[in-house]
Design a protein around this ligand. Structure first.
Ligand SMILES: *Cc1c(COP(=O)(O)O)cnc(C)c1O
Length: 350
């Protein structure tokens, strides 16, 4: 027998959304990727970094990501000491657990939300607790003082799409003895953010990803904003060259092109809101969404039936067998044409 740690041997491992091997021929609306390309400035910056036969790649990247941190700090109006860049926001979620949660200590999150928090906590040997939701999308039975080390709040919620308002997030920050991590993976598709609360509450950390609104899932980029003590701790435990040269220039170019971001986000939101209205006309229930996806359920409450029928038509969406989610589907917002195709298919399927 290999001397694997018990928690690793016993854990199941995270199952990401299905990626077809042959992508051509599929309409892929299952992993919340952006249907539009990233800012053209990103490809330009990467091409420049690759100039002279890739001469720059001979040298290590800037281990401290100084330029990208500076660009993010300007955008969020904070000092660069309040920002850390990351190899996808998943790296931050992992390192937050490593920094704050010892073996046997507890993290918590809302179920349903992003179950990858549990996988990361299991690797660390931490305990995992989940809280449910009330009908009006508040956290059910949240204690007056939550004593766990980290509480992960996905806002906007994935897969459901609603968002927690800042008054409620402030209340949660006060009720958390540990750190409140607000995972704002989808917040660019919304009109609000908890970023404005980081100065007021010393236990709030906000994480962002470039995978959704910036259309850079393939580049693996994320960032966190928090007080310098938290950033310094995260800096200690990350791999020292965690971002390669191409990712670093891509991050800077993307952050600096806010005009492009606003344009693509506006298109996605527009298509999302039209799609939601059309689903309602089909008799589907739709939760108003602040992300680039909608959670919707057919009149018979059988998500699997619709998932299978869409799969047969080479349309991929996300179905969760979880009892709280199996009545519906999470459908990522694609191009207008893709959403037209899925609507036609769903009209046939019923
Ligand atoms: C996509 C997603 C992430 C991960 O983002 P990466 O930057 O691609 O690692 C984190 N949290 C939530 C809720 C997500 O949907």
């Amino acid at each position: 027998m290999l001397p694997l740690r018990k928690n690793i041997a016993e854990m199941a491992g995270y199952v990401p959304g299905f990626q077809p091997e042959d992508e051509a021929g599929w309409i892929k609306l299952n992993t919340n990727e952006n249907p539009y390309p990233p800012s053209p400035k990103v490809a330009e910056a990467i091409a420049a970094e690759l100039a002279n036969g890739g001469e720059n790649l001979r040298k290590y990247p800037d281990a401290a990501s100084r330029q990208a941190r500076q660009d993010a700090a300007e955008l969020y109006c904070v000092d660069p000491s309040w920002v850390i860049m990351a190899n996808g926001s998943d790296e931050l979620l992992n390192n937050l657990i490593r920094a704050f949660v010892g073996e046997g200590e507890e993290i918590a999150y809302v179920h349903p939300s992003y179950s990858y928090y549990a996988t990361l906590a299991e690797i660390q040997g931490a305990k995992v607790r989940t809280f449910g939701l009330t009908e009006d999308f508040r956290i059910a039975d949240f204690p007056e003082q939550y004593a766990g080390k980290l509480f992960f709040l996905t806002s906007p919620n994935a897969p459901l799409g609603f968002i927690f308002d800042n008054a409620y997030i402030e209340e949660l920050a006060q009720r958390c003895a540990g750190v409140l991590v607000v995972d704002e993976a989808y917040v660019d598709f919304s009109d609000q953010t908890a970023m404005t609360l980081i100065k007021k509450y010393e236990n709030i950390v906000v994480t962002r990803t470039f995978s959704k609104s910036y259309a850079l899932a393939g580049m693996r980029l994320g960032l966190a904003v928090a007080r310098p003590e938290v950033i310094a701790a995260l800096d200690k435990i990350r791999d020292h060259y965690h971002l390669d040269r191409l990712a670093l220039v891509a991050a800077s170019a993307a952050l600096k092109d806010q005009e492009y971001l606003e344009l693509t986000v506006a298109k996605v939101r527009n298509v999302r809101d039209c799609f939601a209205r059309e689903l309602c006309k089909l008799g589907y229930q739709v939760i108003p969404s602040h992300g680039n996806y909608v959670f919707t359920s057919p009149p018979d409450g059988n998500g699997k039936r619709v998932y299978d029928a869409l799969f047969d038509r080479k349309i991929l969406v996300r179905y969760f067998s979880d009892p709280l989610l199996k009545h519906g589907l999470r459908i990522s917002i694609g191009t207008r044409e893709e959403m037209k195709s899925i609507l036609t298919a769903m009209t046939e399927i019923g």
